[in-house]
Write a protein that binds this ligand. Structure first.
Ligand code: PGA
Length: 250
């Protein structure tokens, strides 16, 4: 059985006080679950403080990005080992905002994926097509290209310690969620691609859906056979929404 997961991607929202309040509210409302894992990914600068708040709880810490290099003269960057140091266990790599706004191509995403694993962290690799690509019938080709870039660089065995998140770009922050069957179709494709490399790894890997996941649509998405949870943006900034999504998956 795959353990389900809900990961909250806070993006660049909030301030120190609101971050602390949000974590406290989530901690207060969260119930122990052996079937599901809840992860929060706050901005870098709040990670250390939030790690202290999470001590002894089941809530897990993740980061939104990482440097592709391990250390050195890379002004402004944060390494995987630094993230591990402050208590992170997961790192989001290849988010569509990193790809489209910060010029990260497939090769860079693959390097970040590998840097994450070198530091002992688990990458949450994001893939997803734009609206144009979907309308042009390119969804499958885009997803396969993004996935294979990492598979070719890192190797199939690296997917033993990885999560893949399908996030259609047209659904991120738009309120337009993929239907459960649209999402399932792509999830099945991703799993088949990984299974083609190694059936055991493909069957075991957790695949998250992201893109306007809310408490009201989470249960329908999570009941699909290849959807093991969600990567949640906007709704992860409200404790009751995030907790309700966690409940829907658990
Ligand atoms: P959203 O963001 O839930 O606000 O659509 C998802 C994401 O960007 O990971």
């Amino acid at each position: 059985m795959r353990k389900s997961m809900v990961a909250g991607n806070w993006k660049m929202h909030g301030a120190h006080e609101s971050a602390v309040q949000l974590v406290k509210a989530i901690l207060q409302g969260s119930e122990r679950s052996d079937n599901a894992e809840a992860v929060i990914c706050p901005p870098f600068v709040y990670l250390a403080d939030i790690a202290r708040l999470l001590k002894g709880s089941d809530l897990v810490l993740g980061a939104q990005d990482v440097c592709a290099e391990d250390n050195g003269a890379f002004t402004g960057e944060v390494s995987g080992s630094m993230l591990f140091d402050v208590g992170c266990r997961y790192v989001i790599v290849g988010h569509s905002e990193r790809r489209s706004l910060f010029g990260e191509n497939d090769a860079m995403v693959a390097r970040k994926f590998m840097a994450t694993q070198r530091a002992g962290l688990v990458p949450i690799l994001c893939v997803g097509e734009t609206l144009d690509q979907r309308q042009n019938g390119e969804t499958q080709a885009v997803i396969m290209r993004q996935l294979k870039a990492v598979l070719d660089a890192a190797g199939i065995h690296s997917f033993e310690q990885a999560i893949v998140a399908y996030e259609p770009v047209w659904a991120i922050g738009t309120g337009k969620t993929a239907t459960p069957s649209q999402a399932q179709e792509v999830h099945a494709l991703i799993r088949a691609c990984i299974c083609a490399g190694d059936a055991r790894i493909g069957a075991a890997i957790r695949l998250l859906y992201g893109g306007s996941v809310k408490a009201s649509n989470a249960a329908d998405l999570f009941q699909m056979p290849d959807i093991d949870g969600g990567l949640v943006g906007g709704a992860s900034l409200e404790a009751h929404e995030f907790l309700a999504i966690c409940e829907a998956v658990g």
